[in-house]
Design a binder for this molecule. Structure first.
Ligand code: PEP
Ligand code: MN
Length: 338
């Protein structure tokens, strides 16, 4: 349920409505908008008699939110959310490119990649220090050493860091270094982890579960939002289907319904979505055309030598061509790519 306050409602009137909601055993989420404040209500709202709130001074109207996700829904939050890091914004109308290797492999390759990306105007570097691998025998990432390397890249180049949080035990260490906390596809329904990043002071990039419906994905975002962290970016990275010509089936058709039903920015990962470097460019261009707010793409100085995901990683030359074509398409669509 959403309480919409009158545009001239006073701070005391807003506080009184919040108090009344809490007295009913429910949670109030005040949201100050450009013209008026709205107060989202979560909890067992079915039991609430709307008239008890409607009559309070300063209240304009009560709206029932029909979707199962509340704080993530456009019904409750009509304006687009802009996610901010110290380096850039995601969701402000531009097209934000997040790029970097699958894993942090060593200091030399990471710094080289960071310097190259900064020179191309990229503001956010991706790279996993803690890696979720299908096999327990595969490279699991450099762990804390990888975080130190990411911190050094940030210090020396100014680039922002997007890196995965694999579990609640290491979340604190990742939070110290990261500008954006990535939750991977395998953890999309790890509710204790979602609640943990929901209490973090850093934005969260929430990848879609590999077989998650749109509703399940938005319910996962709701876990993060309900803990108080409103800075969430969704990331479409492909889903499991019968098709085996690509690693996953990149579901670009999810972008318009995400935009319609949810106010959070959404980016597309064509690297994990296709699994093949040659398919990354067309799908990246399609993501921009489909209305995504940005891209997450794997880039490696020497993809053939990569420890993980080399086959889907772009080399620097291919990334240059991708940025050039994105910029040209961006001009036609009046979207700034960067
Ligand atoms: C990644 O971004 O490196 C990654 C592991 O992605 P996903 O969780 O989408 O598989
Ligand atoms: Mn990867």
């Amino acid at each position: 349920m959403l309480v919409v306050m009158q545009s001239d409602a006073t701070a005391d009137q807003i506080a009184a409505v919040v108090g009344a909601i809490r007295a009913m055993g429910l949670t109030a989420h005040p949201m100050a908008g450009p013209t008026r404040t709205a107060i989202g209500i979560t909890g067992n709202v079915v039991a609430v008699d709307p008239r008890t709130l409607e009559i309070l001074p300063g209240v304009r109207e009560l709206i029932r939110v029909t979707r199962p996700y509340k704080l993530a829904s456009r019904e409750m939050h009509p304006d687009d959310t802009i996610v901010r890091t110290p380096q850039t914004e995601i969701g402000a109308g531009g097209f934000t490119v997040i790029a970097g290797p699958c894993s942090v492999e060593n200091e030399t390759m990471l710094l080289r990649t960071a310097e190259y990306l900064v020179a191309r105007g990229v503001k956010l570097l991706r790279g996993g220090a803690f890696k979720p691998r299908t096999s327990p025998y595969a490279f699991q990432g450099l762990g804390r050493k990888g975080l130190e390397i990411l911190a050094k890249a940030r210090r020396e180049t100014g680039i922002g860091i997007v890196t995965e949080v694999l579990d609640t035990e290491t979340a604190g260490a990742v939070e110290e270094v990261a500008d954006v906390l990535q939750v991977g596809t395998r953890n999309m329904q790890n509710y204790s982890l979602l609640r943990r990043v929901g209490r973090a002071a850093k934005p969260v990039l929430l990848k879609r579960g590999m077989s998650a419906t749109l509703e399940e994905w938005l319910m996962a975002a709701e876990y993060v939002l309900s803990e108080g962290n409103r800075q969430v970016v969704l990331c479409e990275r492909g889903v499991r289907t019968f098709a085996d010509h690509t690693r996953n089936t990149l579901d670009l058709s999810v972008i318009p319904p995400v935009k319609q039903q949810c106010h959070l920015p959404v980016v597309v990962d064509p690297s994990h979505g296709t699994g093949k470097a040659a398919y990354v460019m067309p799908m990246a261009l399609a993501a921009l055309a489909a209305g995504a707010d940005g891209l997450m793409v794997e880039v490696h100085p020497e993809p053939a030598q990569a420890i993980s995901d080399g086959a889907q990683s772009l080399d620097f030359g291919s990334f240059d061509r991708l940025m050039e074509r994105l910029r040209r398409l961006g001009e036609a669509l009046e979207r700034e790519v960067g």
